[in-house]
Design a protein around this ligand. Structure first.
Ligand code: SF4
Ligand code: SF4
Length: 97
């Protein structure tokens, strides 16, 4: 049996983010995109494009350390973090041709 893969979810804390878009500039995977709409505080928080592609989401718990982490390092407001998620469930997928 394959072991469950620990994973994490990338989150932006909207209460801290000031919409500077530095994270958009530095992410090598282009996971952050400039936001479109201001939130209730008038801040345009970046959007996340398929954040599960971030190596931290998949590998941080496995290796016990931050991988890449550029976005978190550059964020002036400590608004970026990863939170634990339920392990992926292994499913049998039937593909029809
Ligand atoms: S850790 Fe690296 S790859 Fe992951 S979202 Fe941040 S900058 Fe992008
Ligand atoms: S770097 Fe931090 S404060 Fe700036 S837009 Fe990204 S999450 Fe928000």
């Amino acid at each position: 049996m394959v072991k469950d893969v620990p994973c994490m979810r990338l989150v932006i804390d909207e209460n801290r983010c000031k919409g500077c878009n530095l994270c958009v500039l530095v992410c090598p995977y282009k996971i952050f995109r400039e936001g479109k709409k201001p939130n209730r505080k008038g801040i345009v928080v970046p959007e996340l494009d398929r954040p599960e592609r971030c190596p931290n989401c998949r590998l941080r718990q496995l290796y016990g350390r931050t991988i890449c982490g550029l976005c978190q390092l550059i964020c002036p407001d400590q608004a970026i973090d990863w939170i634990g998620e339920e392990p992926y469930e292994h499913m049998k997928v039937a593909i029809e041709y």
